[in-house]
Design a protein around this ligand. Structure first.
Ligand code: NAD
Length: 256
């Protein structure tokens, strides 16, 4: 379905980004990976699916590096047809204790990076009259939780950015939508399970149960594979007129 198209997925060396990159690769898209840590392993996983793959290590808090990454993707594969703004970090603390440096980093990586990557890819998408921008927001783009001020602010912000980007391109073949996951068991969330286990002297299994039970009626994690399939759907012809939605895949979290 996506043969000849190129997808740039930020923060795709791990977790949800890697899951989405693999789902797009399975549809035949060329993939540009980004993120910290080991990238040889993820590159091999994508190549094993028969897709062409490249990697750029841009730090998503740095606008100039984001611009260089988009140019690298365009030079390597000829275009960026699908942009998945996924890179993200978390920090948990009450507002009065929230480190200013963590606030700035979360706003830069979870929100501003999507603006910088989108503004870099949009002109070529508009010229081609086809494009997909998928912003990985969160259920925290729709509702709040205590001790996550920067994250919730950034995710509400990216839902707003999604709507405006969709509206500005509404008469074209370029769409923009957001995906809003509930809990997904990735390194980002395992850290929160570990913190709960340590604070309450619980086993990993009990801390996990408590984490899910507090928020997610289904009591189960959404998987990167399920989120990948939603991204594929947004890229399909069925997604041609889906514009500016914030689609939660959250086990009923926001339905309460
Ligand atoms: P993760 O920690 O597994 O992956 C994050 C990715 O972003 C990694 O590849 C990491 O290297 C990369 N990254 C972090 N800082 C970066 C930077 N400055 N520059 C470039 N890359 C950077 O986390 P995840 O859970 O897969 O999160 C991915 C996205 O999904 C985030 O935007 C997160 O907010 C969102 N999300 C996660 C959950 C969840 O439950 N895990 C729920 C809702 C939304």
């Amino acid at each position: 379905m996506l043969q000849g198209k190129t997808a740039l997925v930020t923060g795709s060396t791990s977790g949800i980004g890697l899951g989405i990159a693999k789902a797009l690769a399975q549809q035949g898209a060329n993939i540009v990976l980004n993120g910290f840590g080991d990238h040889a392993g993820p590159e091999a996983e994508i190549a094993a699916l028969g897709a062409k793959v490249a990697y750029h290590g841009a730090d998503m808090s740095q606008p100039a590096e984001i611009e260089a990454m988009v140019k690298f993707a365009q030079d390597t594969f000829g275009s960026v047809d699908i942009l998945v703004n996924n890179a993200g970090i978390q920090h948990v603390a009450r507002v009065e204790n929230f480190p200013v440096e963590r606030w700035d980093a979360i706003i830069a990586i979870n929100l501003s990076s999507a603006f910088h990557a989108s503004r870099a890819v949009l002109p070529a998408m508009q010229k081609a009259n086809w494009g997909r921008i998928i912003n990985v927001a969160s259920v925290h783009g729709l509702v709040g939780s205590a001790e996550k001020s920067a994250y919730v602010a950034a995710k509400h912000g990216i839902v707003g950015l999604t709507k405006v980007t969709a509206l500005e391109n509404a008469t074209s073949g370029v769409t923009c939508n957001a995906i809003c996951p509930g809990w997904v068991l990735t390194p980002l969330v395992q850290k929160q399970v570990d913190a709960k286990a340590a604070a309450l002297n619980l086993s990993n299994a009990d801390a996990t149960k408590l984490l899910l039970g507090e928020k997610e009626p289904s009591l189960q994690f959404t998987t990167p594979e399920e989120l990948g399939e939603l991204a594929v759907f947004f890229c399909s012809a069925a997604g041609n007129n889906i514009r500016g939605v914030a689609w939660n895949m959250d086990g009923g979290w926001a339905a309460q």
